[in-house]
Design a protein around this ligand. Structure first.
Ligand SMILES: C[S@@+](CC[C@H](N)C(=O)[O-])C[C@H]1O[C@@H](n2cnc3c(N)ncnc32)[C@H](O)[C@@H]1O
Length: 222
C-alpha cells in the first residue's frame, strides 16, 4: 500500500496530513540506519505512517503505549472519546483499535506494539535507535521523562521528532516546546525544518559539530 492511500481511510488520532506524510518520510529514511520507536501509539494513526515508512525502508517500528490514555483523554477531559471506554473496566483502552489498525494495513511484523509505561520500558532498553518520535503524555513531567529516557539510545545521525510544538502559549501546551528547546540547547542536535507542530532534530553525525556547540565555544574561546 502507498502511504497516500491512507488519506482515504479514517483512523482516530491527532496528526495533520502534512505531519503524517513527514513521519512517513522520516521513518523510510531512518529505517535504513536502525530501528524506529514511538511513544504514544493511541489508535495507530502515527504508527500507520511510521510503519509504512519502515516497511518501505526494510526496518521496524516499536510503538509504546500503556493504552490507558493521557490525562486529557480521561472522562470529563477535553479529549475524552467515549468509544474508547472499556465497559468492563470503566477505563480507557486504545489497544483493540490500535491492533485493528495494524491488521487492516498488514503492518504486523513491521510495527511491534509494546504495552507499558515509557520510562519503565526505557529502563531496560539496550538497543540503538535511528528515530524516536515523542507523542506520549503532554505534561512537562511526561514529556521530559520521555526525552530523558530515550535520547541516550538515539544514534549519531538519528532523528528525534517531537509532536505538538506551540511556540505561542495561546495556541497550546508548552511542555513539548520546552523539551524541544532543551534538546537543542544541549548542542547535540541540529534543527531540521518543522512541519506543522512536528519538530525534528537530527543528532549530530559522528565527527560533526552543531551550530549551537560551535556558538557556545565561540563565546568562551581564548
Ligand atoms: C496524543 S496520544 C498519541 C497520538 C498518536 N501518536 C496519534 O498519532 O494519534 C498520547 C498517547 O500516549 C499515551 N501515554 C501517555 N503517557 C504515557 C506513558 N508514560 N507511557 C506510555 N504511553 C503513554 C496515552 O495512553 C495516549 O494513547
Amino acid at each position: 500500500m502507498d502511504f497516500r492511500d491512507l488519506r482515504n481511510r479514517t483512523f482516530k488520532g491527532f496528526l495533520a496530513e502534512e505531519e503524517a506524510a513527514r513521519l512517513y518520510d522520516l521513518a523510510r529514511e531512518a529505517s535504513s540506519l536502525g530501528a524506529c520507536l514511538e511513544i504514544g501509539s493511541y489508535c495507530g494513526l502515527s504508527a500507520a505512517y511510521l510503519g509504512l515508512g519502515c516497511r518501505e525502508g526494510g526496518g521496524v517500528l516499536y510503538s509504546i503505549d500503556h493504552h490507558r490514555g493521557s490525562e486529557e483523554q480521561q472522562p470529563g477531559e477535553a479529549y475524552f472519546d467515549p468509544d474508547l471506554l472499556d465497559s468492563r473496566t470503566g477505563r480507557i483502552d486504545t489497544f483493540p483499535l490500535f491492533r485493528r489498525t495494524l491488521e487492516e494495513l498488514s503492518l504486523d511484523g513491521t510495527v511491534i506494539p509494546i504495552v507499558g509505561r515509557s520510562a519503565e520500558i526505557a529502563a531496560h532498553w539496550r538497543s540503538p535507535l535511528a528515530l524516536v518520535f515523542i507523542d506520549g503524555g503532554h505534561t512537562f513531567e511526561a514529556a521530559f521523562n520521555d526525552y530523558n529516557s530515550w535520547v541516550s539510545h538515539l544514534i549519531p545521525g538519528g532523528c528525534l521528532a517531537i509532536h505538538d510544538l506551540f511556540p505561542d502559549p495561546a495556541k497550546g501546551g508548552q511542555a513539548p516546546w520546552c523539551v524541544y528547546n532543551l534538546a537543542l540547547a544541549s548542542g547535540l542536535f541540529e534543527a531540521l525544518p518543522t512541519t506543522g507542530t512536528l519538530g525534528i532534530l537530527r543528532r549530530a553525525p559522528c565527527g560533526t559539530i552543531t551550530a549551537t556547540a560551535a556558538a557556545a565555544w565561540e563565546k568562551i574561546r581564548p
